[in-house]
Design a protein around this ligand. Structure first.
Ligand code: GUN
Ligand code: ZN
Length: 456
């Protein structure tokens, strides 16, 4: 980097470096055509948005007088990563040993989430979580809080300070959970509506109605969640679907009158645009057709599915061109083992291999950026580098470690370089992260870290 960037809410910035983004969906189009690669790009940022993007030499005359150029040699400029499924309160219990889903929830997750009754604890974890996300190059996430409204206030407060575009909500849970983690159908509704009116569309914050999963909500609570979605415009819905076989057998016992696990949610009016269903490991062709028609999204969470032994998400069946379903990538921390979407892509590649398919690097990076944005219906604002988009970016370093540097030497194409990043990269490969044009993480110069994420 040649010039330290200055800060301020309306800073004009000029970034220069190799850039990658997308002009099309590489699952539906030829990946080589879908990927946009600019060897020497200018990204001009004004008022938090990208105002120019293209070849540096052709555009350099558009840089306003007196604006320094921040150059990132040997790097890749990309839209910030989008994480479509993650639990911020579970950060303290990441890497908890030995269990599969239902026992893991009982033994580790519920006791960890109970601590979020304390707003001070919630604030401290929210702050650490957001800082870790930005270190990983992730600028937008769909986030589960806990059943406590104060856990939601803590998260949105911290996100608003950073000006990150986040989707989050209070977990609804009125049965099959410990006493100190249960709400009631009406209480959960009232608390959610108050949070919606406090946070939804306030700055860049967006609210997701969040029934944890069908096992921990009565039918009455699910119906009220559906009703909540109709109370205000542009709300999201997030929950878990068909992750684990024991879970699915339980749902069948709890809802004997529903045709399928997905039908439990559809019946309550929870499956539509801006609904994000986590996992969907054990679903069938009828479910994929329903999701396609409804316009909901599935969050593919490979590190979590491997960690909990849940199974393999059928990515290429989900995105089948005859009835493509929107798919995003989720870390699902604390069941996921990394907040880095590079880590998720590493495992997504292996899951695809295990199901006989090959995840092209362009498809992989699309999932982590533009595909995630599309699954959240936010692709008109985030997920790509283009004029008018919100300037949420990450700067990736394909030579972050000695091994990567050595391996990168033999890369001939941009696809090779992307593949190295997804197989060998992690937070060390994130050179810098920008949120709405502001530098919020600088790996090599912590003094430039945004004050809202500084612990000093
Ligand atoms: N199903 C219900 N709750 C959870 C959770 O917190 N994590 C995961 N992975 N699955 C769930
Ligand atoms: Zn989850």
């Amino acid at each position: 980097m040649t010039q330290p960037p200055s800060s301020g809410p309306t800073t004009t910035r000029a970034l220069r470096g190799r850039a990658v983004t997308f002009r099309a969906d590489p699952f539906l189009d030829d990946p080589a055509h879908a990927l946009v690669h600019e060897d020497d790009a200018l990204i001009l940022i004004e008022d938090g948005r990208i105002s120019r993007f293209g070849p540096f030499e052709a555009l350099r005359h558009t840089i306003p007088d007196g604006i320094p150029v921040t150059t990132y040699p040997d790097s890749l400029l990309s839209a910030g990563f989008v994480d479509t499924h993650v639990h911020y309160p579970q950060l303290p219990m990441i890497a908890a040993y030995g269990e599969q889903l239902l026992e893991w929830l009982e033994r580790y997750t519920f006791p960890t989430e109970a601590k979020f009754a304390d707003p001070g604890h919630a604030r401290a974890v929210a702050r650490r979580f957001l800082r870790e996300l930005l270190r990983a190059g992730t600028t937008t996430a769909a986030v589960y809080c806990t059943v406590h409204p104060q856990s939601v206030d803590a998260f949105f407060d911290e996100s608003a300070r950073l000006n990150t575009r986040m989707v989050a909500g209070k977990v609804l849970m009125d049965r099959n959970a410990p006493d100190d983690l249960r709400d009631t159908a009406q209480g959960g509704y009232d608390d959610s509506l108050a949070l919606i009116d406090r946070w939804h569309r306030r700055g860049r914050q967006l609210y997701a109605v969040t029934p944890r999963f069908a096992a921990t909500s009565t039918e009455e609570q699910l119906d009220l969640a559906g009703s909540l979605l109709r109370q205000r415009d542009g709300l999201f819905m997030q929950t878990h679907l068909a992750e684990n076989t024991a879970e699915i057998a339980w749902i069948r016992r709890l809802f004997p009158n529903r045709a399928s696990y997905l039908d439990v949610y559809a019946h309550a009016g929870l499956v539509g645009p801006r609904s994000v269903l986590g996992h969907a490991v054990h679903v069938d062709e009828d479910d994929f057709c329903t999701c396609h028609q409804a316009g909901c999204a599935l969050a593919h969470c490979p590190t979590s599915n491997l960690f909990l032994g849940s199974g393999s998400f059928r990515l290429f069946d989900a995105v089948d061109v005859r009835r493509p379903v929107r798919v995003g990538l989720g870390t699902d921390v604390g069941a996921g083992t990394s907040l880095s979407q590079l880590g998720s892509l590493n495992e997504a590649y292996k899951v695809a291999q295990a199901t006989g398919r090959r995840l092209h690097p362009a498809q992989a990076f699309w999932l982590a950026t533009a595909g995630g944005a599309r699954s959240l219906y936010l692709d008109d604002r985030i997920g790509t580098l283009a004029v008018g988009m919100e300037a949420d970016l990450c700067v990736l370093d394909p030579k972050a470690t000695p091994l990567m540097a050595q391996r990168a030497e033999t890369c001939e194409t941009i696809e090779d370089l992307l593949f190295i990043l997804m197989m060998l990269g992690d937070d060390r490969s994130v050179r810098a992260t920008y949120v709405a044009g502001e530098l919020v993480h600088d790996r090599d110069d912590p003094a430039h870290t945004h004050p809202a994420v500084s612990f000093r």
